[in-house]
Design a protein around this ligand. Structure first.
Ligand code: GLU
Length: 350
């Protein structure tokens, strides 16, 4: 056999040993939400979330099979107003298993938009992998005119296969944009253009099935996070109290009486309390219930030791976190320590 023939045979043998598809492997975890919702009338605002299963979602976007080897599983099928600690723990454990034990290149999670930002932030602190984890949902149900779910799902898979999305922490993919788990907020009750990235803006965008990254998050997340939920089956109890003029102290008292581990104040302005609520908060902190001050203002930080003497009362300032995300971090922080200064450090880092 001449040399040319030998090389040709060797090449053919080598090609035969290669896997048939060199496409990235992506796992979709479906949790419900409007993306799986069904409209019962011609008006897309009248519908029930979490109705169709993962296979129906995948069948609606066959184009994603051009991007990746995509398979799916149904974790729960709920409207995300019903998201809870139990599902979060299950989800974090499952994502870690998929990325670290099952050889997938990325995970896409379909989710209702109402609490998507909280789930994204919880996973940002508890997933132990630099592989992309992308949350996607929709504002219109799956059978509405102009449903946004299929494009959001396609874009999320495009992000999940992109090397540029590695190491960025958990991202949300909505309306062609990629948003950081820490800063993303739902800003509009019904509009498709509802998610914003806070003062620092979006992380990037998807165009023609390609992820374009504009900036990287500068807080600690995923592999650099100290929080580990692998052995937990419940989380500390943390509630949120809303601030307003002439506020009643009763909600704060109710959390204290129910022995919550922590309370986040969605305060007025720079995380300020109404005086009656403040008195209950001081007592609660003395009893070992950690108070975190945050703000009902949509933008701006809640600053440490500005109008409120946090050092004196051992309150923690939420800094850039809104109340719902401050709650997530406080729950995880309380799995590590009850020292308010250590908890404040977590709020500076994460
Ligand atoms: N409330 C439902 C949910 O969060 C529907 C809202 C949505 O998905 O956009 O799942």
């Amino acid at each position: 056999m001449n040399t040319f023939k030998k090389i040709a045979l060797l090449t053919a043998a080598l090609i035969a040993t290669l896997p048939l598809s060199a496409k990235p492997k992506i796992r979709i975890i479906a949790t419900g939400g409007t993306i799986a919702g069904i409209s019962t009338t011609s008006a897309s605002s009248a519908y029930t979330a979490g109705q169709v299963g993962i296979q129906t979602l995948l069948d609606a976007v066959p184009q994603i099979l051009d991007l990746a080897d995509v398979t799916g599983e149904q974790l729960v099928n709920i409207g995300s107003q019903d998201m809870n600690d139990e599902v979060w723990l299950k989800l974090a454990k499952r994502v870690n298993q998929i990325l670290n034990e099952e050889d997938y290149d990325g995970v896409v999670i379909t989710h209702g938009t109402d609490t998507m930002e909280e789930t994204a932030y919880f996973l940002n602190l508890t997933v132990k992998s630099d592989k992309p984890v992308i949350l996607a949902g929709s504002m219109r149900p799956s059978n509405a005119i102009g449903a946004d779910g299929p494009a959001n799902l396609y874009n999320a898979v495009a992000a999940a296969i992109s090397p540029a999305c590695k190491g960025l922490g958990v991202l949300c993919c909505m309306n062609n944009q990629l948003l950081d788990a820490k800063t993303v907020i739902k800003t509009h009750t019904i509009d498709c253009d509802t998610f914003e990235g806070g003062p620092s803006g979006i992380i990037g965008y998807i165009f023609n099935g390609q992820a374009h990254i504009l900036q990287t998050p500068n807080n600690k997340h995923t592999e650099d996070s100290v929080f580990d939920v692998s052995h937990l089956d419940k989380l500390p109890k943390v509630g949120i109290v809303y601030g307003y003029a002439n506020a009643s102290p009763l909600p704060m008292k109710a959390f204290v009486d129910a022995h919550f581990d922590g309370i986040v104040l969605a305060g007025v302005g720079d995380g300020n309390f109404y005086k009656d609520v403040f008195d209950v908060a001081v007592k609660a902190q003395k009893q070992g219930i950690q108070i975190v001050r945050s703000s009902r203002c949509p933008t701006g930080p809640t600053c440490l030791n500005s109008e409120v003497d946090d050092s004196k009362h051992h309150f923690v300032a939420s800094l850039d976190l809104n109340p719902q995300k401050a709650r997530v971090l406080l729950m995880l922080a309380l799995t590590k320590t009850h020292d308010w200064e250590e908890i404040q450090k977590f709020f500076m880092e994460y």
